[in-house]
Design a protein around this ligand. Structure first.
Ligand code: CUA
Length: 177
């Protein structure tokens, strides 16, 4: 059987398209460092968050050399910390966020990064972000959570190391008093 030259060309082009589509999907899923948030963060009782050792007084905690944990509670219509007080971390840090909600489902997005999760009552979303340069990021709730959803926002500040150290030390002292 003889295949017409144009027919061969169409076959080849169709094949290139199929391989190309599979390639873009594979790249999108695995190549750009996108990590899905799973249930490894564990669970928490939303009714007694105030008594929780971490979420009872959420904030930034140093866990190692340039390693930090940040605990965040989302509630109608603030992030704590984030809204009244910005979340502060130092430049060049690796930050693991632990995010939960106390009332309804919220979102927690660090605008301009690919850090973006749902904050679900009872569930802890855990994910790690590296912040290289000093700067400011907005925080957004992107799950409809009630009448104040559109004003639910906050700020994350990546500080210079020395500036952060003195702020952190002051925080620690205030915590002890
Ligand atoms: Cu919280 Cu929308």
């Amino acid at each position: 059987m003889e295949i017409h030259a144009y027919e061969k060309l169409w076959l080849a082009l169709a094949l290139v398209l199929i391989v190309g589509f599979i390639g873009t999907i594979t790249y999108g899923a695995a190549g750009v460092g996108i990590e899905m948030i799973d249930d490894k963060g564990g669970t928490v009782d939303p009714a007694t968050l105030d008594e929780h050792p971490k979420f009872g007084d959420p904030g930034v905690e140093k866990t190692g050399e340039n390693q930090y944990d940040v605990y965040v509670v989302a509630r109608q219509f603030v992030f704590e910390p984030g809204t009244t007080e910005p979340i502060r971390v130092p430049e060049g840090s690796t930050v693991t966020f632990h995010v939960t909600a106390s009332d309804v489902i919220h979102g927690f997005e660090v605008v301009g990064t690919n850090a973006n999760t749902m904050a679900i009552p009872g569930q802890v979303a855990e994910f790690t972000v590296e912040f290289d340069e000093p700067g400011e990021y907005g925080l957004l709730c992107n799950e409809y959570c009630g009448s104040g959803h559109h004003v639910m926002e906050g700020k994350l500040v990546v500080m210079e190391q020395s500036e952060f150290d003195s702020w952190y030390e002051q925080q620690q002292q205030e915590g002890e008093n």
